[in-house]
Design a protein around this ligand. Sequence first.
Ligand SMILES: Cc1cc2nc3c(=O)[nH]c(=O)nc-3n(C[C@H](O)[C@H](O)[C@H](O)COP(=O)(O)OP(=O)(O)OC[C@H]3O[C@@H](n4cnc5c(N)ncnc54)[C@H](O)[C@@H]3O)c2cc1C
Length: 457
Amino acid sequence: MFSEKMNRREFLKISGFAALGTVLSAKGVFAQRKKKHCVIIGAGFSGLAGAFKLKNAGWDVTVLEARSRFGGRVFSHRIPENSNLICELGAEWVGEHHERIIALCKDFSLPLQEHRFADSLMQNGKVSRPKTWGLSETSKNKLDKFLKSLDNYSDAKLRLMDKQDWWTVLKNLGLSDEELRLRDLADSTDFGEDIRFVSGYAAAGEYAVSGEFNEMDFKITGGNSRLAEEFVKRIGAENIKLNTLVETVIQSKGLVTVKTNNGKFNADACICTVPTASLQKIKFMPELPAVQQKAAESLIYARIIKNSVLYDERFWEADNFSMVTDATSHYYFHSTQKQTGKQGILTAYAIGDKADVLASQDDKRRMEIITRDLIPFNQNAPALARGIASYAWQRDEFTKGAYALYRPGQWFGVRPYLLKPHGKVLFAGEHLSDDWQGFMEGAIETGEAAADRLIKT
Ligand SMILES: Cc1cc2nc3c(=O)[nH]c(=O)nc-3n(C[C@H](O)[C@H](O)[C@H](O)COP(=O)(O)OP(=O)(O)OC[C@H]3O[C@@H](n4cnc5c(N)ncnc54)[C@H](O)[C@@H]3O)c2cc1C
């Protein structure tokens, strides 16, 4: 995957240009014959990016979305107690290497603002300031060397690593128990579960691609949902059907018919961008191959709850404040960087079992726990809290989690089956991205790649 990655990136760049060529010539072609029609299932970033690309190439598109809103797992939010402030209950960061999302923001005149952080650490109630904690120099060098060496690994060696979990891979590199615990606290916020449950290959792949960068660099000024809004303007709101749950996808005589709770849609092709929890519920005629169905059943999504708490004062002081903790609230960061006002929002981002504990409480109890966990950092935190907005993604009806969690053995054992087109149905979505799985970039890149494939056929 690692040397392929470069090729793939290059390919995407080339295919971007190729697609532009297709757009120009397609106009002439489609002016002379009936326009092709694609039904896209899901109005998340993957579906919207795919629809936008197809529309530009002269296709008719219909996007079917089960929710009453578009954007999927991108979900900007205003807390009622101070609606001037915006936080993200879904995707937060745009990485500096996320080329497609950055390019789209530029094309749509959406400014990106810096959203970088310096992590403190709170362990057993003791706070360590940024850059005073972490791996020893020796362990850092070992990890660095390991990530750089992956390019030379054979396929067999990479498959073996996929069967191991990330904790074991790190342990075998020689990290001490204390270092492993620290990495678990920090890395589990990237994968959404304890690193003992994460494929060693999937984790190594992510860190090898981003290198010393953590891809937590920017956000869209005014909220990440603005990109969804801009897509919708260009695709045409009339082409996006909200509250429309896809139930059945039938393929017959070269046509695709998509049945929903809201009517039937015929098309020449279909791009299905739904997470695996939803894919399992859609009936395909002819059926998906058993191995693909099984793959969908076995790929689960990480348990993450985001809790954005509004405080009367920004007692954390630094605009780039964030803190990894060993408490239930897990990871705090300042959500209202560069947004003016005395009040501010600190989001607690909890994963795995901690996410389930917080999800079981009501808002009042959740706010008590989250602000109480902060007492060693600032004893006034509970008194300053004014309101809370939480979203537990593991309880979301359509995703049952935040993003795909490739467990040991699954990157090579499951992903290839999910990628396979089924007749005229192509699959896309964050979970299928190679370089950027788990990111908005991965959603966009796979949606565009599926559209490209249709444009070229
Ligand atoms: C808590 C959290 C934090 C994250 N942090 C980041 C981050 O910092 N940076 C980053 O880049 N990414 C982050 N992500 C990941 C990012 O949000 C996703 O990778 C991306 O938004 C996924 O887009 P998608 O289009 O693949 O899927 P989705 O956004 O899930 O879109 C799929 C759509 O299909 C719809 N659907 C499902 N079933 C049906 C059906 N039967 N009929 C019709 N419609 C259906 C769903 O309602 C949904 O709208 C985060 C996600 C979460 C939840």
